[in-house]
Design a protein around this ligand. Sequence first.
Ligand code: FNR
Length: 352
Amino acid sequence: MTTIAELHDRARQRLVPEYYDYFAGGAADETALADNERAFRRLALMPRVLRGRADRDISVELPGARASMPVVVAPTAFHRLAHPDGELATARAAAAAGTVLIASMAATVGVGEMAAAARAVDPGAALWFQLYLQSDTRVTETLVRRATDAGCSALVVTVDSPVFGRHERDRRNGFADLPAGFAAENMRDLPGGRRNIEMTPMSWEHLDRLRASTSLPVLLKGILHPEDAHLAIERGADGIVVSNHGGRQLDAVPASIDALPRIAEVAGGRVPVLLDGGVRRGSDVAIALALGAVAVGVGRPVIWGLAADGELGVRQVLELLREEFDHTLALCGGQGPADLTRDLVTVRGPEG
Ligand code: FNR
């Protein structure tokens, strides 16, 4: 396999069609989903020449972690639907790649087991834990405690989901919940007996409460409006993930990469800004970094690798992105991520 697109094809052939649709699909007309990838094609890089430097270093410093490259694993649910090893395979592959795995609250393997699998590969492996704030604060606190006990070095609170997205492929397929034999393992034995993940409108005050209850860095994922970026920083967020949830929540939103520049401007280097949505090539990573991200997350590419070939497939996805990004950096005359500056990005002509 030489590209993520090829791994995607292989995954499509291997997956149960309903599961493929669950992973691949977006909300409503899937406009945002498609635009996430298309928007990168509307942008281009303007390489610099004759800079004469060969010793590149693509590692980056992130909250609570150093990553070997500016690509992390975005949190995605239900990996055991893609491969029997599920999140254990993903955790091992991320650890082998020396990058951060953002464990999903909706994982089909508990965060403690994921951390153990990652640390068996690399004792220094970095994990962050993604959570949706729950209306019962005892539930949120229990989840935070589990993530802390597992050694997660940051929390990623997903703030774009006051309600579930409208996933029409799933409705058509009658795919409403995890099939028998699978469970959201982080949701076991919670106060109040709740088993399912609640998506409910939350406020900045709920976030303040979370912030006060943990010493871990807290990043907010799913910010598109610059004013929310401003509020997030004011309220003490340790980082922002610009994301439209892979086009799975509100469909009528811009591509993540189109929302990035204004948010990077608001952040002004005060907190790290990450981006996810539509990253499929190392050149996409470079464009995102040039527009102000410190790193990007990949969601579906990891699922395609997992479905195609388990842990090896995920490793392949991450190594392809590493290789392509490093190659792009070289071709841009850069030595490290800091050399990717905004002047390197231009908009393609109308023929694209
Ligand atoms: C997601 N995403 C997601 N986000 C989150 O915060 N918690 C979650 O449990 C999930 N689950 C999930 C499942 C599936 C199948 C997908 C495709 C996505 C969103 C994810 O973190 C990320 O924002 C997008 O996947 C990024 O877009 P790409 O890389 O898939 O284009």
